[in-house]
Structure formats: C-alpha cells, structure tokens
Design a protein around this ligand. Structure first.
Ligand code: PLP
Length: 420
C-alpha cells in the first residue's frame, strides 16, 4: 500500500482544491500547521495518515452523536445499500424517519427532506416568503445558517437598514433583503420589528447559537422574538441544524419551551450521511410544491441509505441517552476548566473552551482569547487530542466519549496546563 503522510497528502491537496480542502475551516488556517488527514475512525478516536491516534472532540462538526462508525449505523446502512443506493422515488425509510421526527418534535406537522443544512435553510426561507408574500428576512449577527447568498450577510452601515455581503460573490441586491441584528440586543430587536416588522417574511435564529462560539441567549430574548414574530405575522424559523436532537430529544425548542413556526435540521438526522430537513406548521409547508407554488426539489432527497443512517441514530436518542450525556459533558467541561484562565460555557453536549468569561454577542469575543485557544489547539494536538481547528467553533461530545476517553483527556490537559 502506498503510505502517504499528512504533509505530502496536503501538498498534493493544495494542487487540487482551494486551500487544499473541501470546506474552509478544515485548512487549519486559524490554528496553523498541517490539517490531519483522517484515515479511519471508530468511537471517539481517529487515526491520521501518519498512523497517529487522536481523541476527537470535533466529531465531524456534530452529526456523530453516537461516535464514529457506530455498529448499528453501519449495519443499517449496509442493509439499505444492498437494496439500492438511490431510487429517485418514494421509499419506506423516509416515512419511518418522518414518524420518528414527529414523535420527538410534534410541531413539525409536515416536512421535506433535502441533502444539507444549507439547503434546508434556503428552502425554509423560500417557503416563508411564499407563505407571507413578503421578501425581507431578519437574521442575527454570529448565527450561521449555511452558505446561501442571503445569509452571508452582516449588518450594514445603518442600524436596522439593509444587510451587506460578508462574502465576495453575493449580490448586494440579495444582501439588502436581509436585516441583521445583534444577539442579546432587545432594544434593537424591538425597533427593528417596529420599523420593518410588516415587511419581514421570516426571522431566523440558532436558538442555541453555536457557530461563533457558544453565544447562549437570555430566555427573554428568544421569548420576545417569538412574541414579535407572532404579532407581526413573521415566520419564526429555528435553525436547529446543530441543536436539533442534540440538546434534548426535541432539540432547543423543547428545552427552551418555545415553538417556532418552521425549523431546520441536518447533521444528527443524517447519522453521518448528507441529510437536511425543513418542516413545521402544515399551513406554511402547504405552499411547497407540488401542493403549492413554492418550488423545491432534489435528485437525492430522501436517499434511502442516508435515511437508514438517520433512523439508526435516532433509535438511540432516548431521554436516558441525553441524561447520561449531560453528566458526561459536565465532567468534560470541568476538565477543560482545570486549564488556567479557561472558561467552558456549555449547553448539553456543546462545549466552548474559551479564555474569557462567557459572552452573548459575537462582537464581545476578544482576539487574545482566540489566539490563546490556537495555542491550546496545538498543545493538545501534541497530546493526542483533536479540538475543532478554530476558536470560534464549539466542541462536540457524544455517546462515544466514555470514561477511558475522559481519562485520556484529563491526562492531556494536565500535561499542557502549565503553559497557560
Ligand atoms: C452546519 C450548519 C448549517 C449548514 O449545514 P450544512 O450541512 O453544512 O450545509 C446550517 N445551520 C447551522 C446552525 C449549522 O450548524
């Protein structure tokens, strides 16, 4: 067999792909060094192309709540594969997964499967626009909703006015349909609804914002957003691509006790395969084709192999599973906090190791806290622990992070703590 090292693979990758990667943060630009090429993975561990083993705290950014290569998922996928990889037609596993989702999230009365979180959000917004007949949308600074044009947007120069693109290639005309408000800023939220509430089709938020660190919101902020959306006829969309089926069986909506009109899912519902989902109120979902005038389609949507992986994952997600994960995650946060100066905000199994006291807004994150994180990333990598390769990302724990893993982590942390 051709034995290649991470370094030589990355040198070749640079000749094929922008930055040598298929998604930007994987390039290790934030933390420095050469990205690890994963050769194989099992449970909470992976081996890189140099044959070195690492404890994984990134877990493919969230889908692997049961760990890498879980035997039940592999068995389900193998069975499904033997019956065909894709049909481009209805098949029974879509129904089984839909049934399970409705059991856990009752407000999802009707849903549509897609192939990524980006697609789920993009499609939910189109449905909201079709339903309301309005064009503008509201998002929150520091929330990530995938890479569709209208969401790669930050607040423009005026306070509430029009959004500005955060990426080259996004037309100004599209960005201007998105208004952006800071998280944890009730006053601007009120003013925005007072001024443009009647023009908004949708407000979208990560109820547990976990893509710019973990920016936990005060419950009253989300509650007020719910009230304002109801008052102004605005479709409230919870983007639960990370939080869905992670922070509780019914996701953030259940744990916070707030019901959105639509929600988007991804990551966990695909069990490691590409799946996204949007759904919610049946009157809103009624606008989606072929029932209604809002077009949305997908060659591989409802893919039977992906449905099988999702189903096998969801079968494990019982209240007892979450209760155990909560205890595990608390112990890991405690272990993180033995590093001098480190604080570890946590929500369920989402952890944000940060060298600063908990923050609620993206603009409150200090550059110094991030550069210290980058140093920690490198130090722990040297001890066989793989943290997300950016200080703005959260760490993901799951059922595969057991007692031996915690012991390895505690040892690694003890070895590096003196440097912080
Ligand atoms: C990951 C993520 C997305 C995008 O999902 P992809 O499958 O990467 O397209 C959207 N919203 C949130 C909250 C996410 O974490």
């Amino acid at each position: 067999m051709d034995l290649m090292s991470n370094e030589s693979l990355f040198q070749e990758a640079l000749t094929h792909f922008p930055g040598g990667v298929s998604s930007p943060v994987r390039a290790f630009r934030a933390v420095g060094g050469t990205p690890k090429f994963f050769r194989k993975a099992q449970g909470a561990w992976f081996e890189d192309e140099d044959g070195v083993r690492f404890l994984d705290l990134c877990m493919s950014w969230g889908p692997l709540i049961l760990g890498h290569a879980h035997p039940d998922i592999l068995a389900a996928v193998t069975e499904a594969m033997s019956e065909g990889l894709t049909f481009g037609a209805p098949s029974r596993r879509e129904l089984a997964l839909a049934r399970r989702i409705k059991q856990l999230v009752p407000f999802v009365e009707k849903m549509r499967f897609v192939s990524s979180g980006t697609e789920a959000v993009m499609s939910a917004l189109r449905a909201a626009r079709g339903f309301t007949g309005r064009e503008r949308i509201l998002k929150f600074e520091g929330c990530y909703h995938g890479h569709s044009d209208g969401l790669l947007v930050k607040a423009g120069s005026g306070l509430i006015t029009f959004g500005a693109p955060t990426s080259a290639g996004v037309p100004k005309a599209i960005a201007e349909l998105t208004s952006v408000v800071s998280l944890d800023d009730l006053e601007t939220l009120e003013r925005t609804f007072a001024e443009i509430g009647s023009e908004l089709a949708a407000a979208i938020i990560e109820p547990i914002p976990a893509n710019n660190g973990l920016l936990l919101q005060r419950p009253e902020f989300l509650q007020r957003l719910r009230e304002l959306c109801t008052k102004h006829g605005v479709v409230l969309i919870f983007d639960e691509v990370i939080s869905g089926f992670r922070v509780a069986p019914g996701g953030a909506a259940e744990r916070l006790g707030i019901t959105p009109d639509l929600a988007t899912y991804g990551k966990i519902i695909g069990g490691g395969m590409p799946v996204g989902l949007y759904g919610g109120r049946k009157d809103i979902m009624g606008v989606v084709a072929p029932d209604g005038p809002v077009y949305q389609a997908g060659t591989l949507s409802g893919n039977p192999v992906a449905m099988a992986a999702g189903l096998a994952t969801m079968a494990h997600l019982t209240p007892a599973f979450y209760a155990a994960l909560e205890t595990t995650a608390a112990a890991w946060a405690t272990a993180f906090e033995t590093i001098p100066g480190l604080r570890c905000p946590r929500y369920g199994s989402l952890l944000w190791p940060l060298f600063q006291d908990g923050v609620r807004r993206s603009d409150a994150v200090q550059g110094g806290a991030i550069s210290t994180y980058n140093r920690l990333h490198k130090a722990l990598l040297g001890q066989g622990v793989y943290l997300p390769p950016s200080g703005y990302e959260v760490a993901f724990l799951g059922g595969a992070h057991g007692a031996p893993e915690l012991a390895h982590f505690q040892q690694a942390v003890a070895a590096v703590a003196k440097d912080f």
